[in-house]
Design a protein around this ligand. Structure first.
Ligand code: IFM
Length: 733
């Protein structure tokens, strides 16, 4: 395989210490399901993970709902003349694992010498089909180089896997089917969703023996093939996954029969044919989604494709009941929950590349409105209050406690579910953005309008009036900077609420012009008095500032100052030195907060204001959240700090590829991947919507010769080509 550094992510060396990191990086997925890039053979450090989008379960009332880890379908142990393949033993003579972003294939090529001196070449290929979302496959080819002897494959479906100890499934049935098929039928303990995982095998070579083994929640197919020096034998494992939640199931179908019949049909077509069709779908996706960067080194090009690849893989393509989790489908981190990451960081990629998918993501919020209405009522508010962490119903799913505070040595309470309310303005912001970019008035005036109006109603009940100062306040919140809790008048939140309430007035004008729009107003019982109140709140909302300097919140300037730069680049150092309580009382930010606002409401601030606030907040920001660097890159571009813009882009780019935050093993940082895309298109590409028109003001980094990408804008497909000496925007057929 010839390597292309612009398309291939390569692991050059087998290193068990980096296993978790690469398992996340090499995740394969199709929006319906995702599987971590675990090795086929078993190692102590191996953390298998297969997740189906939207399939949630709450194993115990004391635990929050999460995406259950499905049976491990990847496991295949290989015995080479009786010696088990184990790269920690013997000698690894050659090793290379390659993720081909163009075709969505994970390949591993190894030459291994066993402790007894047997040399074997092995080649593994794996895909998670984009053409048929229920289908995943592995093909293994084994060539003994200096011996003859039996080659044995022990291919398992292992339902003993858990979510870090929580078992979400009850086993219903496990058995065999067809010639070489094995399956597990399980049910989630609380949500009572059935899951079938069925693996069928095709063997290549002379079969000496085959058998099945059945143990608790685990079933194995064994094939022993005759191995001859220099001759390749192998096995293909095509696995089919269905759940009772699937929207493409025929009505009243028997899930198990359906899955096994599908599996038998798929086996007839064979691994290579499925792989080819899968690659054709990737080709189509890349046609619209690719970004071409020409520069002297290929890292930036690879990074952007890596981001796009994973964004496509982790996002449900046509199921509006589900959204994108903070870790996509690549790990247990954040339990498969959906945050503002989706609307503010991930959605823009889809908006400009696959607008229908963006619409689905927003429809998820519409479908979870009942949960948001419940959240508001439970907290004593009106309207709809979106969950900080959302799962299938839209009700709040944020855990109550997190990691251990190194200073108090006690778990840190997580208050985000109770206080991080800006999600209820981030979603309306994303809906307006969707409308601007797509021109989809139907969505705005129906689903969009319900969300905007119900959240406006929430905010009107959330603010409090201060008669002494004649202003409205929003007290006890957490802004984007999660190092500050229980704060009053977070500038980001208040400014966006003001923007939201003003936009709602524009929306209401549009609604009044159409019968369908009037129906929405009637359905929600929106009164004239209420509309007037919203405008009064917008006009009088408290926005703390001193000249050009925005105060992140009331009292920020009085907090103690600490030398943030001393701690910035070593994860955990600040926490060790100060502890949670003191961090809360200091001028140190976890992530972009005011700077985030300068980006989202960029047109509302002057260049001078942006510069003053950048100069003040940037040196105080730790970037301990992966959501920070890409936004800093964009804002740096806006204020003509070319070097900082590029440095922050590279910082964002390295988060997962080089594991710079040290936590990629728990899953990819989806928001940062979306942020990288935005840093290129909105930052260096300078693409923005201004007064309903597309505006392009490119700022190519010094290191790049050219940049080219496609955009969907208001029903048109455009191509933006930027060179050092100019740029052009052309229409694409
Ligand atoms: O949504 C983010 C938040 O802004 C910072 N902590 C992690 C969350 C999930 O990515």
């Amino acid at each position: 395989m010839t390597l292309d550094p612009r398309w291939h992510v390569v692991e050059e060396k087998f290193d068990p210490k980096k296993m978790g990191h690469y398992e996340s990086v090499f995740t394969l997925g199709n929006g319906y399901l995702g599987t971590r890039g675990v090795f086929e053979e078993l190692y102590r450090e191996r953390t298998p993970g297969t997740f189906v989008a939207g399939l949630f379960d709450q194993a115990h009332p004391n635990e929050v709902t999460e995406l259950p880890n499905l049976p491990d379908w990847v496991e295949v142990s290989i015995l080479l003349n009786g010696e088990e393949l184990d790269l920690t033993q013997g000698q690894v003579l050659q090793y290379r694992r390659v993720l081909d972003l163009k075709g969505g294939v994970l390949t591993r090529e190894v030459v291994w010498e066993s402790p007894q001196g047997r040399r074997t070449a092995l080649r593994f290929r794996r895909f998670v089909s984009l053409a048929n979302v229920h289908l995943v496959g592995i093909s293994i080819a084994v060539t003994p180089e200096n011996y003859d002897g039996p080659i044995e494959f022990r291919s398992a479906l292992n339902g003993q896997v858990t979510n870090s100890g929580t078992q979400h499934f009850t086993s219903i049935e496990h058995s065999t089917y067809a010639h070489r098929g094995i399956y597990l039928l399980q049910e989630t303990v609380q949500s009572k969703q059935q899951v079938v995982v069925a693996a069928n095998h095709v063997v290549h070579g002379v079969l000496l023996d085959e058998s099945f083994k059945n143990a608790h929640r685990r079933i194995v197919y064994n094939a022993v093939l005759s191995g001859k020096r220099g001759q390749t034998v192998g096995i293909d494992k095509l696995t089919t996954i269905y759940t009772s939640r699937d929207q493409d199931l025929p009505r009243a179908v028997n899930l198990l029969h359906h899955a096994l019949a599908a599996s038998s049909r798929q086996t007839q077509q064979g691994f290579d044919q499925h792989l080819e069709v899968h690659q054709q779908v990737w080709e189509q996706r890349w046609q619209w989604a690719d970004i071409e960067i020409v520069s002297d080194d290929h890292f930036d090009q690879l990074v952007v494709r890596f981001a796009v690849f994973h964004l496509i893989q982790m996002t449900p393509w046509n199921d509006p009941r589900v959204s994108v989790a903070a870790k996509g489908l690549s790990g247990e981190g954040y339990k498969g929950h959906v945050f503002w990451d989706t609307e503010i960081f991930i959605l823009p990629f889809f908006l400009y590349s696959f607008p229908q998918v963006a619409k689905n993501l927003l429809t998820y919020r519409y479908l979870t409105l009942p949960g948001a209405i419940t959240n508001a009522a439970q907290n004593g508010y009106s309207g709809a209050m979106f969950a900080w962490e959302s799962a299938d119903t839209g009700e709040e799913t944020t855990p109550e406690v997190g990691g251990i505070d190194p200073v108090t040595r006690k778990p840190i309470p997580i208050l985000c579910g109770k206080q991080e309310h800006h999600i209820s303005v981030d979603i309306p912001y994303a809906i307006w953005n969707y409308y601007q970019v797509t021109g989809d008035r139907d969505f705005l005036l129906k689903e969009g309008a319900e969300i905007l109006l119900l959240t406006a109603r929430f905010w009107a009940s959330r603010v409090s009036y201060n008669p002494d100062r004649d202003w409205y306040e929003i007290k006890e919140v957490i802004g984007p900077d999660e190092y500050k809790e229980g704060i009053d008048n977070n500038y980001y939140t208040n400014a966006l609420v003001q923007w939201h309430l003003k936009k709602t007035a524009e929306l209401v004008k549009l609604l009044k012009e159409s019968p369908a729009g009037q129906c929405v107003l009637l359905k929600l019982g929106v009164t004239e008095g209420e509309l007037q109140d919203w405008q009064v709140i917008a006009a009088k909302i408290r926005l703390p500032r001193e000249g050009e300097l925005l105060h992140q919140f009331e009292g920020f300037m009085e907090l103690q100052e600490i030398d943030v730069l001393k701690y910035r680049d070593v994860p955990g150092l600040l926490q060790k030195a100060y502890g949670w309580e003191e961090i809360n009382r200091s001028q140190v930010l976890k992530q972009a907060d005011v700077v985030m606002l300068l980006y989202l409401l960029g047109d509302e601030f002057t260049l001078a204001e942006k510069r003053v606030n950048w100069d003040f907040y940037e040196p105080k920001t730790m970037h301990d959240s992966s959501l920070s660097a890409a936004i800093h890159s964009i804002v740096a571009n806006d204020i003509d700090l070319a070097e900082e813009a590029y440095a922050y882009f590279q910082k964002a780019a390295r988060i997962d590829l080089t594991n710079s935050m040290g936590n990629t093993h728990a899953g990819l940082h989806a928001a940062s991947l979306g942020g990288c895309w935005q840093a290129v298109v909105h930052g260096f590409g300078g693409v923005r919507v201004k007064s309903g028109e597309l505006s392009v003001t490119p700022k190519l980094p010094k290191a790049w010769h050219s940049l080219r990408f496609k955009l969907a804008f208001q029903g048109k497909r455009l191509q933006v080509s930027i060179r050092r000496d100019g740029y052009e925007v052309t229409t694409v057929d």
